[in-house]
Design a protein around this ligand. Structure first.
Ligand code: NAD
Length: 291
């Protein structure tokens, strides 16, 4: 299939490479020459502009920083150049309102579109093991599924337009809050004189068990190997967690939902990101909570 891929950064670079590996005819574009060169090395054809990438493509994948970038590319490059019935797949994490508006605008122009944000970081993007949460009609999902499957281990239809973004920010609000709860709990256990590994062994098989503890333990030398064992480098940057928590608060306000834990997590990550100059993993917030 002829696929345009716009946004070849940390995530998009690996995703475009996996689509090329799956045999698709890729036309890639990024504002960064460096990102574009990497995609060409991985088997994609260089496009001189997003408009050129979209022209003649049967599907268009976007992996961009935020809603304004996706809306800008859709309005400026995709809508004027996409052939009727082209399938648009936006895998970026963006606000629910913009995702819905983009899909509505695409549908009004005779295009098919889904929001398909991902769970999983750069390593999963490179390995083709992302989880995709998809919003859109059943017909659009059926068309999107095989394309997404070439980049991931799970592709789930979350519901109508915007439901993928809704699922993504709800999941990450839960993750942000549970990471902070895990960090403050480990800090307290240490202050109470407990050996962290012993506490890990107990909580891992008790009712406090959660992913932030057992799969992503925020202390070095405790549990499986995680970014904590690597000086909190790599992994999922705290700034990206903050971005998702801000989106979650925006979505919560739009429907009048009460989210006290999510709101506190956003406040704590705001302070952490403002003070952290190294772009560390979101689990590094344990150092703030240890005092
Ligand atoms: P990134 O900044 O590394 O990549 C974004 C790319 O988009 C850059 O290469 C940039 O040059 C390009 N770009 C920006 N505007 C453009 C335009 N108008 N036309 C063409 N290219 C343009 O970001 P990333 O880490 O790859 O994240 C991409 C998306 O995935 C974000 O929405 C992010 O929230 C989401 N996400 C990231 C991670 C992660 O671990 N990095 C995990 C899950 C989801």
């Amino acid at each position: 299939m002829k696929i345009a891929f716009i946004g070849l950064g940390n995530m998009g670079g690996g995703m475009a490479a996996n689509l090329a590996k799956a045999g698709h005819e890729m036309r890639a574009f990024d504002l960064s020459e460096e990102a574009l060169a990497r995609a060409v090395e991985a088997g994609c054809r260089r496009a001189a502009s997003a408009a050129e990438a979209v022209t003649g493509a049967e599907a268009v994948v976007t992996m961009l920083p935020a809603g304004k970038h996706v809306a800008g590319v859709y309005t400026g490059d995709v809508f004027p150049n996409a052939a009727p019935d082209t399938l648009l797949l936006d895998c970026s994490t963006i606000d629910v309102a913009t995702a819905r508006a983009n899909i509505e605008a695409a549908t009004a122009r005779g295009l098919a579109a889904v929001d398909a944000p991902v769970s999983g970081g750069i390593a999963a993007a490179n390995a083709g093991t992302l989880t995709f949460m998809v919003g859109g009609t059943g017909d659009a999902f059926v068309r999107a599924e095989p394309i997404l499957a070439a980049m991931g281990k799970a592709v789930i239809h979350a519901g109508g337009a915007g439901a993928g973004q809704g699922a993504k920010i709800c999941n990450n609000m839960l993750l942000g809050a549970s990471m902070i709860a895990t960090c403050e709990t480990l800090a307290l256990a240490q202050k109470l004189g407990l050996d962290p590994q012993t506490f890990f062994d107990i909580a891992s098989v008790s009712s406090g068990q959660c992913w932030s503890l057992t799969s992503y333990a925020p202390l070095p030398g405790v549990g499986p190997v995680t970014p904590a064992d690597n000086g909190y480098a790599g992994g999922f940057a705290a700034a990206l967690m903050l971005k998702d928590l801000r989106l979650a608060m925006e979505a919560a306000a739009s429907v009048g939902a009460d989210v006290p834990m999510g709101s506190k997590a956003r406040e704590l990550y705001e302070a952490f990101v403002a003070a952290d100059k190294d772009g560390r993993d979101f689990s590094a917030i344990i150092q703030t909570l240890q005092g």
